[in-house]
Design a protein around this ligand. Structure first.
Ligand code: NAI
Ligand code: MG
Length: 354
């Protein structure tokens, strides 16, 4: 990895607490592995909206378009509508930077209590379509405030959009257990999801060595709970992937540890790394948020930037600290704090792999 310039957006709520922990751990590995990282901090989010009437400056995207990556906490605060905070900060970054893959690993760590009696070895990847699908601006409302009031929200699936995210998922599966699961609902959504299935079959032809299966989203959520260890790579539309990627980590104990990469695989634009969770206003400011989702997202960022050993060192440090059972935050059944857990992971980072 050559010199990297990272845009840092803490955002709102617990984003402001977990991002500093993520940055501190990355700085520790950067020193150990001799990485040259410059941090470019941006105070964008709901506070920025309160002060300036916008979540980010008008030319915000242009300001960071040339950066190596974006390290984000979470956005959303009760003073600003969630539609506005999401659609004028997060969505513009994901869409304009063509981060069409949202990669979300799910793992059962030793030391983290699962709500399942026998969780087994859970270690799989969710590949969520991140640019189109059910999350679209196409639609509208008519006859507001009358008895005829109506709303329409369209799902947008394109051949280009489906094929590129499916290809990414097949490639990943090819490098792992050569098994790919597709989430569908082609019995209920009679236009979009049969098309999704059709594209899945078409793309599969180029990957004859990868075994495929597909499930309707309703029974797939049940399988995620009943036999999570049977999955390896799961590809899903924007909404289904969003739901599955809260459920998967919840089954491993807590969504507080779940990381994600919003990837522009062609690297024409910076990719963005953020935990799966949101700004958690209910626990914000208490120093009890789990920082692992953010720290692990930092490892994914280093991996993306080519610093493989440094990335692995962070994941190993997370494993060690969790297995020790010390400093665990309340969502994992402990009494530890955000700062203590973050510091424990930074201290556990070492160059020597065991
Ligand atoms: P959330 O993920 O913020 O919180 C859900 C539940 O999980 C809460 O009980 C929270 O305390 C807990 N939780 C989340 N992260 C945790 C952590 N690191 N450690 C311990 N507990 C944790 O989702 P919610 O409540 O639906 O949304 C809150 C706000 O966040 C909203 O404004 C929403 O729009 C926004 N949001 C933003 C996202 C993003 O920036 N990518 C993603 C999801 C929600
Ligand atoms: Mg979500």
């Amino acid at each position: 990895m050559t010199k990297a310039t990272i845009a840092v957006i803490e955002g709102d709520g617990i984003g402001k607490e977990v991002v500093p922990q993520g940055v501190a751990v990355i700085e520790t590995v950067a020193r150990l592995f001799g990485l040259d990282i410059a941090w470019d901090r941006r105070d964008w989010g709901c506070d920025h909206h309160m002060r300036f009437g916008r979540m980010m400056p008008e030319d915000g995207l242009a300001q960071i378009a040339g950066h190596s990556a974006i390290f984000l906490g979470a956005v959303g605060w009760p003073t600003v509508s969630d539609v506005l905070s999401l659609w004028t900060l997060l969505m513009p970054i994901r869409r304009n930077f063509q981060q069409y893959v949202n990669l979300r690993p799910v793992r059962q760590f030793k030391g983290v209590p699962s709500p399942l009696a026998n969780p087994g070895e859970i270690d799989f990847l969710i590949v969520r379509e991140n640019n189109e699908g059910e999350y679209s601006e196409v639609g509208g409302r008519m006859f507001p405030d009358t008895d005829q009031e109506m709303v329409v929200q369209d799902t947008i699936l394109t051949r280009h959009g489906c094929d590129r995210v499916m290809r990414f998922a097949f490639d990943l599966a090819r490098g792992r257990k050569k098994r790919l699961t597709s989430a569908t609902k082609s019995n209920g959504l009679i236009h979009t999801m049969p098309f999704w299935d059709e594209r899945f079959r078409a793309v599969a032809k180029d990957f004859p060595d990868v075994a495929t299966e597909q499930y309707h989203i309703d029974i797939l959520t049940a399988h995620f709970v009943r036999r999570p260890s049977s999955f390896d790579v799961v590809v899903a539309s924007n909404l289904f992937g969003d739901i599955l990627s809260d459920l998967g980590p919840a089954v491993t104990g807590t969504i507080g540890i779940a990381p994600s990469g919003n990837l522009n695989p062609e690297r024409r634009f910076p990719s963005m790394f953020e935990p799966v969770h949101g700004s958690a206003p209910d626990i914000a400011g208490k120093n009890i948020a789990n920082p692992i989702g953010q720290i692990w997202s930092g490892a994914m960022m280093l991996e993306h930037l080519g610093a493989h050993e440094a990335a692995a060192a962070i994941v190993i440090a997370i494993e060690r600290v969790l297995a020790s059972g010390e400093n665990l935050t309340p969502d994992m059944g402990g009494t530890g704090s955000t700062t203590a857990l973050g510091q424990a992971i930074a201290s556990a980072v070492s160059v020597h792999r065991s």
